[in-house]
Design a protein around this ligand. Structure first.
Ligand code: F3S
Length: 426
C-alpha cells in the first residue's frame, strides 16, 4: 500500500507512540483490504465511551489510556492518549444518570460512562451520543471522506449527504481519530459508488411507515449492494430517509443508495448507474409491500402491549413534536410504558418547546444517548412491544426475546393508551 512521507513518519513514531500504533493498525487494515492508499479524513464518528464489562475491567486495573490502546487501537503498548487529530464524535452509547428509575440499567455502567465522557471530552471527543450525528451538528459535506460507524448513520452520510465512508469499526475509527487517515477503498472511491440494483415502485410511498417498509424491501433485494429507487414515491424528508436507510441497512447491509432527482449523486437514472443503463427492475408493488409488513409483524401474536418504542434512529424534533401532539390530553394505559429516543441536543429543544412536558404528562418519557437494542434494556416484565421503526421491529425481538408489532406513530400511540394493538396495513 502506498504511504506518503507524512504517513511513514507517523508510522515510525515521529509524533508519538499512540499515533504510531494507530498508523500501524491502519496499514494492517488497509493491506488486508487491498487498499492502494490511505485517504485524508477530517470527520470520525466512533465509539469510545460505551460501557462494556471488558472496558470496566481494563479501566479498573490500568486506567483509560490502556483501555483506549487495547479496545480502540488493538495495541498492547502503554502510552498516553493524545488529543484527537481530527473532529471526532461519540455515537450512541449507554443510558445516562437521567434514565435512572426509568430504564432498568446497571449503575456501574452509568458511572463508567460518566468517567469515559470526562476522559474523552478532555481529549477532544464531541459527546454527541446519538446514532444520528447528522441531526446534531456533524454534517459532512458532499464528497468528504469520513470514518463512521453505525450502519444507519453510514447509509445516511453516503446517500443523502453524498459524503464517503465505509461502515467502520471501533478500532479503525480509533486509529482514524489520531491520524486523520482511513484506507481508501469501497465507498471512498467514485467507481464503487454507482447503483447495482434497480427497484421500481408501483405502490404509493408517501409516509414514514412506507419509507421504512420500502427500505426493508430494498435491503432484502440488494444485500450489501446499492439499490436505486424510482417510481411512485413522494419527495421524502429527513425522517423518511432516516427510516428508509436504517431499514435497508437492517434487512441487508446497504451502505449507499440513490434516488434519482433526490439524492445528490444521482441527478438521473442513467447517472445512478454510471451511464451503463439500469438493470432489469425489481418491482415493489402492493404484494411486496404487504409481504414486508407481514414479515415485520410475524413475531406479534399477543394483542396486549406492555411497551411502546419510538425514535429509532433517534428522533428528529419534528418526530418528537408529532408524538407530543398525538399524546396530548391522553394517558397511557396502566402497565404500559412509552419511550421516545432522541439525541440529547434535540431533547433539549423538545424540553424548551414544551413537547417533553406533554409526553410526560401522558406518562411517556423522552430518553437520550441510547436505545433498548443498544443497551439491551426495556421496561421490566416486557413481553410485547410496539414500534414505528422497522429496525427495532427486526432486532429487538431477538435481543430481548419479546414479541413485536410494527405500525404507524398513531397506531403506536393508540396501543400506548389502550394497552392493545389494533394496527393493520391500510
Ligand atoms: Fe439508533 Fe438504537 Fe435504532 S442506536 S438506529 S435507536 S437501534
Amino acid at each position: 500500500m502506498f504511504l506518503t512521507d507524512e504517513e511513514k513518519r507517523m508510522r515510525d513514531g515521529a509524533e508519538d507512540a499512540a499515533v504510531a500504533a494507530a498508523m500501524d493498525l491502519l496499514i494492517r487494515y488497509g493491506r488486508a483490504l487491498d487498499a492502494e492508499n490511505l485517504c485524508d479524513i477530517r470527520n470520525v464518528a466512533g465509539t469510545m465511551t460505551q460501557p462494556t464489562p471488558v472496558k470496566a475491567r481494563i479501566v479498573k486495573e490500568y486506567g483509560w489510556d490502556k483501555a483506549f490502546a487495547v479496545i480502540n487501537l488493538d495495541s498492547d503498548e502503554d502510552f498516553e492518549v493524545p488529543d484527537m487529530r481530527v473532529p471526532t464524535c461519540q455515537l450512541q452509547h449507554g443510558f445516562g444518570q437521567d434514565a435512572l428509575g426509568v430504564v432498568p440499567y446497571p449503575m456501574q455502567n452509568i458511572e463508567l460512562q460518566a468517567s469515559a465522557e470526562s476522559f474523552y471530552g478532555r481529549h477532544g471527543v464531541n459527546i454527541l451520543a446519538t446514532c444520528t450525528p447528522y441531526q446534531v451538528g456533524n454534517l459532512p459535506i458532499r464528497g468528504e471522506h469520513c470514518a463512521w460507524m453505525e450502519s444507519s448513520a453510514v447509509i445516511y452520510a453516503n446517500s443523502v449527504l453524498g459524503a464517503r465512508t465505509n461502515c467502520e469499526g471501533i478500532a479503525s475509527t480509533g486509529a482514524a481519530s489520531l491520524t486523520g487517515k482511513i484506507p481508501c477503498w469501497g465507498n471512498h472511491r467514485a467507481e464503487n459508488r454507482y447503483g447495482t440494483h434497480h427497484i421500481e415502485v408501483s405502490v404509493r410511498v408517501d409516509n414514514f411507515q412506507d419509507w421504512g417498509m420500502l427500505g426493508y424491501f430494498a435491503g432484502g433485494v440488494s444485500g450489501e449492494d446499492h439499490p436505486v429507487i424510482t417510481g411512485d414515491i413522494n419527495v421524502p424528508d429527513l425522517t423518511d430517509l432516516k427510516h428508509f436507510g436504517a431499514a435497508a441497512a437492517t434487512s441487508g447491509g446497504v451502505e449507499l443508495y440513490h434516488i434519482p432527482g433526490i439524492t445528490p449523486e444521482a441527478p438521473t437514472l442513467e447517472a445512478a448507474f454510471s451511464g451503463t443503463g439500469p438493470p432489469e427492475p425489481v418491482s415493489y408493488g402492493p404484494a411486496e409491500r404487504r409481504a414486508v409488513y407481514e414479515t415485520l409483524n410475524e413475531i406479534g401474536t399477543t394483542a396486549d402491549v406492555d411497551f411502546i418504542l419510538l425514535g429509532c434512529p433517534h428522533a428528529s424534533v419534528d418526530q418528537i413534536r408529532k408524538a407530543a401532539a398525538a399524546l396530548d390530553g391522553k394517558r397511557l394505559s396502566p402497565g404500559t410504558e412509552l419511550w421516545l429516543m432522541a439525541p440529547r441536543a434535540l431533547k433539549d429543544v423538545a424540553d424548551r418547546s414544551g413537547y417533553t412536558r406533554v409526553i410526560e404528562r401522558a406518562g411517556g418519557r423522552v430518553l437520550a444517548d441510547s436505545c433498548p437494542a443498544m443497551s439491551r434494556a426495556a421496561p421490566k416484565g416486557t413481553k410485547v412491544f410496539a414500534t414505528d421503526s422497522a429496525k427495532q421491529a427486526h432486532y429487538l425481538p431477538a435481543i430481548l426475546g419479546i414479541e413485536a408489532w410494527f405500525g404507524t406513530l398513531e397506531e403506536c400511540v393508540d396501543a400506548a393508551v389502550t394497552g392493545r394493538w389494533n394496527g393493520g396495513l391500510s
